[in-house]
Structures are given as C-alpha cells and as structure tokens.
Design a protein around this ligand. Structure first.
Ligand SMILES: *Cc1c(COP(=O)(O)O)cnc(C)c1O
Length: 358
C-alpha cells in the first residue's frame, strides 16, 4: 500500500486470497459495468435485481450446498436481516460474547431477548438454555472470530442447537473462501451438513475480493428473509457488475486452489517463526494472527515502530476488543510471499529486542 507517498508492506487487509486485484476479476467487473451500467437504480424487489444477481445467488447456493442464497449489499446488512427476520417477538437469541459487532447490533435490534454466552463455551450456552422455556430460539456465532482468528466449536454448537430445538446460524465472513476442502468455509471444514448448520452468512468483500454478502439456507428461510428482512427490502441492490465479478471470483476458488494452500503455508511459516522469537501470538489456526499487547498504548507504539520499518499493521483497541487485550491484528494473504512474511517476522523480532533493552 502507498500511504502519503510512502510504500508500506501491509498485513492488515482481509483480502485473504489476493483476489481484489486479480486481472480476471477486473475484467469481469468492467464487462459487468459495460453490460449493466454502474448503479442498480433500485432495490432488489423493485427492478434492481438483474439476471447477474440471480445467477450469482444460484452459484452461491450450489457452492454452499443449500437450496437458496440471497444477496445483500454488505455483511452488516445481511447480519441485521438474519437475526431480526428469523427470530420472532418473545423469542431468544443466543450469541457468543465475541461475535462481530454487526451480529451484536442485530441482536439488540431484534424483537427477541438477547443472551450472550462465554466465548466458544458450549457449557455456558447450555446453562442458558436450561433457564429459557421458549419454542423460538436461535444460536448465532462467528465461524472464525474476526479479532481473535480462532474457530467456533461448530460441531458442539450444532449438537446443542439440535438438543434444544434452536436454529443455528453461522457468520463465516473470515472462513468463506479460505477454509475447507473447496473453500466453502468453516462449516465445510468441520464436516457439517445443512441440517446441522441450517443458515450460513458469507461476505464477498473479504476472501472473495469484491463487496457485499449473502445468506444461504433452505427455501423457507430465504423466503422469510425476502418477505421480512428490512435491510434487504429497503435498500438499493448492489451493482450488478459486482455480482459479475463475484461469479468470476467463485470460479477462481475452483481453478486456483493454490491460493488457499499458499495462504495456509504462510500461516504455518508465520506461527513457527513467531514461536521461535518467543512472541505472544494468540492461538489461531487462521489467516488472522493477533499479537497481544495488553494496553492500547503498547499496541499503538508497536504499530508505529513497524510503520517506521515500512510495515503496516493495525493496532486494535477496546471497545473493539475487551479491556486490556489491545493487539496487533496481523492478517496474512495469498498475495504475500514467504520473503515478505520473513520481513514481518524480522521486524517483530526487532520490536521484541528493543522493548527488552528499553
Ligand atoms: C466484516 C464482517 C462483517 C461485515 O461484513 P461487511 O461486508 O464488511 O459489512 C460481518 N461479520 C464479520 C464476522 C465480519 O468480520
């Protein structure tokens, strides 16, 4: 990235597969704009919904192994839709404490009562179920947690959902495109069926390198969203050219599997290097590799020192993360080379030595 004229090696983007600048995506995007124009002109339910959107929805449904998929203009809006439309008044929503802000906001906006269980703690969730008597319950979790990089215990969550007759919905913003045999995400990686995880939300602005989001589920769920989700109904459809580019990105998931493999090997290289340097990485198997600083001051100082060495990493502080857990949120991408990851490790090692000598 170039910021204020200075070239920086960036480790803070969610463009995990390096697709945002892929020539095939650019070509598809331009062709899409030539065919459909730039703006969609209106909401999906008016005339904003084109055959390009429709085709992408069908491709996403097939790719995730669900009956139907529905596009949204952003992941934030998809999450508002998912929680507010699928749970009724007097219902109960159960959310992981570390869920993404959009899911937490959705829980507050929903007519249902929200409960927040301890992070990735299925026993804590079960105790909450033991105190709630209602036929209308929903569990909502990040698949990969956005600030920690760890993966939700999806298998156990699906069991608790079944035992308690609750609907399980997974926000796979950071798993979709990256995890699983074909890149279908954390649910594929966990080997779970559409019966075990009925509702998936995936974003298209991260690993897919485009913009927007989708929800994939059975037909009844998707129809319910179309009829009831206000963040679907009352907003302009995303540009059709984005849908065309996203279809191209989906094809690249199949033909360029090396991107997922290369990313996985970079994650392994980084973790090994960091452990040799004695760095306090948080335990994450994904492309999100947070380095715990503790105080906001320390995290900011680290980010500043890295920047002076030509490396861009973002310091994430409360209230985005809990008190005293400010961190550098390091993200890796298939667009990085091994040499670049080594440069990052070198700079982090220097940081460590400077602090020890201070
Ligand atoms: C980024 C993100 C979103 C929001 O997606 P946008 O398309 O950026 O609005 C939702 N959930 C999680 C876990 C995310 O990381």
């Amino acid at each position: 990235m170039v910021i204020e004229g200075k070239r920086l090696l960036a480790f803070n983007s969610n463009d995990y597969l390096g697709l945002a600048n892929h020539p095939e995506l650019k070509k598809a995007f331009i062709a899409g704009a030539e065919k459909w124009g730039v703006g969609s002109g209106s909401a999906h339910l008016v005339t904003g919904h084109t055959t390009a959107h429709h085709q992408l929805e069908e491709e996403l449904a097939a790719f995730t192994g669900r009956e139907k998929a529905l596009l949204f203009s952003s992941g934030y809006m998809a999450n508002l839709a998912m929680v507010t439309a699928l749970i009724e008044k007097n219902g109960h929503v159960f959310e992981d404490r570390l869920n993404h802000a959009s899911l937490i906001d959705a829980g507050h906006l929903a007519a249902a009562k929200m409960h927040r269980y301890q992070h990735a703690d299925v026993a804590s969730l079960q105790r909450m179920f033991d105190r709630v008597e209602s036929p209308n319950k929903m569990i909502v979790t990040d698949g990969v947690f956005s600030m920690d990089g760890d993966i939700a215990p999806l298998k156990q969550l699906s069991q608790v959902a079944q035992d308690n007759d609750a609907l399980l919905a997974v926000d796979d913003a950071h798993g979709f495109g990256v995890l699983g045999e074909t890149g279908a995400g954390s649910i594929e990686q966990a080997g779970l069926s559409s019966r075990q995880v009925p509702v998936i939300m995936g974003t298209l602005g991260k690993a897919m390198g485009c913009a927007g989001a989708f929800i994939a589920a059975d037909e009844v769920v998707i129809e319910t969203l179309i009829q009831k989700a206000r963040s679907y109904i009352y907003t302009t459809a995303q540009p059709a050219a984005i849908a065309v580019a996203t279809s191209a990105a989906l094809k690249l998931l199949e033909t360029e599997a090396w991107r997922r493999q290369h990313l996985a090997s970079l994650v392994e290289r980084f973790k090994q290097g960091a452990s040799q340097l004695g760095l306090s990485l948080m335990p994450s198997p994904t492309a999100i590799q947070p380095l715990l600083a503790g105080s906001s001051q320390r995290a900011i100082a680290w980010a500043e020192q890295l920047r002076q060495r030509g490396i861009l990493v973002t310091a994430i502080r409360p209230p985005t993360v809990p008190k005293d857990t400010a961190r550098l949120r390091i993200t890796l991408s298939a667009a990085h080379t091994e040499e670049q990851v080594d440069r990052l490790l070198q700079a982090l090692g220097q940081l460590n030595r400077d602090e020890a000598n201070a």
